[in-house]
Design a protein around this ligand. Structure first.
Ligand code: AMP
Ligand code: TRP
Length: 325
């Protein structure tokens, strides 16, 4: 049987929180270590130009993202990790796709509507054609699967529409990729557990956070006025315990919860310790990697070289089919 091919794009934001970790990164790491899968993971620097950015920060964030992935266990020997803009074929294919994508398909994208509200003074053409570039990122590697979070499912659907349009017009070229999602999961905000954990203030625990910071944020985490009410805050903390806690602490606190003897301060202290321990190796490894920019450049360079071979084949085939070559 042929190996499966899976692709995934990673936004270069340096502060990944434990929601990003459990919801996305952990799956990327698992895929990168699976030798039954050929995978391509790229840091989507071109996509980050669609919303306001600082050039200096962007450069740091790109390397930071690479260090984060590698420190979390991403295997660059079995997978291809690279920077999107280093493979110019992505942008070239995006232009060709732009010319077969109906405007209406782009205008109805949920993310476009949300982001144009959020950045009302900067609704640029890139923001609108964002999913076309994403379709090019995907289809250029002719994958079976695309590893994304739930919020990107609509964009993956559009990549199938674009593949179909291209195939109908110019002959069968692109397989239609499926979304590759493990069971979806949502980590809630520490300060408002009815909302998804996102990147602001004390509501998120970052993967980089030092033990003291983890303990401080957890101490303030909103729970119920009384333990045992199974409030969203309590459920969220127990959920985190299930992922990061030792078997023994999971058993202990589940029993306490069931018998109405749960003490929040005890749960928070244990959880803080468990999460700090879980990411201890990650924190050390990431610092070490960031002190070796040459090594990071080498990994990204190797990934780009291999990816470019495939990308080049596809763009040549496309150019031949549409009459550019
Ligand atoms: P973002 O940077 O918010 O676009 O998220 C990057 C990835 O992390 C996406 O695949 C999201 O689905 C996932 N993610 C973000 N926040 C959470 C959360 N609170 N719980 C689970 N997954 C999340
Ligand atoms: N839009 C994706 C996100 O915000 C990132 C992305 C860009 C991507 N290109 C991709 C994801 C290709 C998967 C495949 O998460």
């Amino acid at each position: 049987m042929n190996k499966q091919t899976v692709v995934g794009g990673i936004r270069p934001t340096n502060k990944l929180h434990i929601g990003n970790y459990l919801g996305a990164l952990k799956q990327f790491v698992a895929i990168s270590n699976d030798n039954q899968i050929t995978s391509y993971f790229f840091i989507v620097d071109l996509h980050s130009l669609t919303t306001p950015f600082e050039p200096k920060e962007l450069k740091t964030n790109i390397l930071d993202a690479a260090a984060t992935y590698l420190a979390a266990g991403f295997n660059p020997k079995n997978s291809n990790l690279f920077i999107q803009s280093h493979i110019p074929e992505h942008a070239e294919l995006a232009w060709i796709f732009n010319c077969i994508t109906p405007l209406g398909e782009l205008e109805r994208m949920t993310q476009f509507k949300e982001k144009s509200q959020q950045h009302a003074t900067n609704i640029n053409a890139g923001l609108l054609s964002y999913p076309v570039l994403m379709a090019a990122d995907i289809l250029i590697y002719k994958p079976n699967g695309v590893s994304v979070g739930e919020d990107q499912v609509q964009h993956v659907e559009l990549s199938r529409v674009i593949a179909r349009k291209f195939n109908n017009k110019f002959g069968n070229t692109f397989p239609e990729p499926q979304t590759y999602i493990r069971k979806p999961l949502r980590i809630m905000s520490l300060t408002d557990p009815t909302k998804k954990m996102s990147k602001t203030g004390d509501e998120a625990l970052n993967m980089d956070d030092e033990p003291k910071e983890i303990a401080r944020k957890l101490k303030k985490a909103v729970t119920a006025s009384e333990p045992g009410k199974k409030s969203p805050g309590e459920e969220n903390l127990m959920f985190l315990l299930n992922h990061f806690g030792s078997e023994e602490s999971v058993r202990h606190f589940t029993e306490a919860q069931n018998s109405g003897k749960l003490k929040y301060f005890e749960l928070k202290e244990t959880l803080a310790q468990n999460i700090s321990d879980y990411f201890a190796e990650f924190r050390e490894k990431k610092k070490e990697l960031l002190s070796k920019p040459d090594y990071l450049a080498q990994v990204l360079g190797d990934g780009a070289r291999k990816a470019r071979e495939t990308a080049h084949k596809t763009i040549t085939e496309v150019k031949q089919k549409i009459g550019l070559l």
